[in-house]
Design a protein around this ligand. Structure first.
Ligand code: KMH
Ligand code: ZN
Length: 303
């Protein structure tokens, strides 16, 4: 098994959860920046960032929304900054790529295929919403496609790669690995690939250990030594899937974007809490966490 250090990514707010779901979800620029700094202090080498409208908490891909977050995080930490190009499933790709193109981060996310993205099951669990947009946003996912066509993927790659930005390549199913292999064969994206496998979202691959193993086996066969494997498990699958990855030599992503939970039935009080939990798991399993500098070297980032 690999003894490489483990890169912890923390995705601090995202676009899946809405503000009424948890009092701990960061919404304002200050809250998002503080959450990212707290995660970095707890051991995250990479912070994956989305922005929100401060009044309503609605996902916001404008440069104005991202600027204060980036300024604050850069001043206060050395963490690798990773800007979403996924934005929200309601947005077009041209809007989604704005902050990554404008701010040229070391890393941007890149979603490797179009898919159903089932947010509506959360309507059963969370029923009271403070903002007008939240319920239709969740209900709408029943008949909405998270669109990432081959053209969209190439659009993001070419818009961001010219700035030296590299990618957190989000793969929600086995086919997405083959799509990455296609773009790699064409030379549109260069190794080492940072493959973020996503498990347990409705519309994507499940969180069963067989699913996790199949994803890794397929990536190993397609990319050999030319990739770094990371995982995220959605919702209650977050820590079990992280543990599988750590046992298999991989890297992990946590954060309130992916799961609101700190333990069964209890909200995590912060992103840092989830980082501390996964760090204890990693160190308890005999591996060390990577610093931001080590993550930069492992992923060949521009620094
Ligand atoms: N919300 C995650 C499952 C992105 O920002 O590009 C996927 C994600 C998408 O992080
Ligand atoms: Zn994201």
């Amino acid at each position: 098994m690999s003894r490489d250090k483990v890169i912890i990514t923390c995705a601090v707010t995202g676009a899946i959860h809405t503000p009424s779901m948890s009092p701990h979800l960061p919404v304002t620029a200050e809250e998002i920046a503080d959450a990212a700094v707290g995660a970095a202090e707890a051991g995250a080498a990479i912070v994956h960032l989305h922005a929100r409208d401060p009044e309503t908490g609605r996902p916001d891909q404008s440069s104005e929304a991202f600027a204060p977050i980036l300024r604050s995080v850069k001043q206060r930490t050395d963490a690798v900054i990773n800007i979403t190009t996924g934005g929200a499933p309601t947005m077009q790709v041209e809007e989604r790529v704005i902050p990554a193109e404008r701010f040229a981060p070391e890393v941007a996310s890149l979603n490797m295929g179009s898919m159903n993205f089932g947010l509506y099951p959360m309507l059963g669990r969370f029923t009271e919403f403070r903002h007008d947009w939240e319920r239709p946003y969740l209900e709408g996912s029943h008949d909405r496609i998270f669109k990432n066509t081959f053209r969209d993927i190439e659009y993001i790659l070419t818009r961001c790669a010219k700035n030296g930005t590299r990618f957190e390549i989000e793969c929600y199913d086995i086919g997405h690995l083959y799509t990455l292999a296609h773009f790699a064969d064409r030379g549109v994206v260069k190794p080492p690939f940072f493959v973020q496998s996503v498990f347990g979202l409705l519309g994507g691959i499940g969180p069963h250990p067989e699913d996790v193993a199949h994803m890794k086996r397929t990536a190993d066969r397609l990319f050999g030594a030319e990739y770094r494997w990371s995982v995220l498990g959605a919702g209650r699958n977050q820590m079990p899937v992280a543990a599988m990855s750590v046992a298999m030599g991989g890297n992990v992503r946590v954060g309130l974007e992916d799961s609101l939970w700190g333990s069964p039935g209890r909200f995590a009080e912060s992103n840092a809490e989830q980082v501390r939990t996964v760090r204890a798991l990693i160190e308890g399993m005999g591996r060390d966490i990577a610093t931001p500098e080590e993550a930069r070297a492992m992923l060949a980032l521009k620094g």
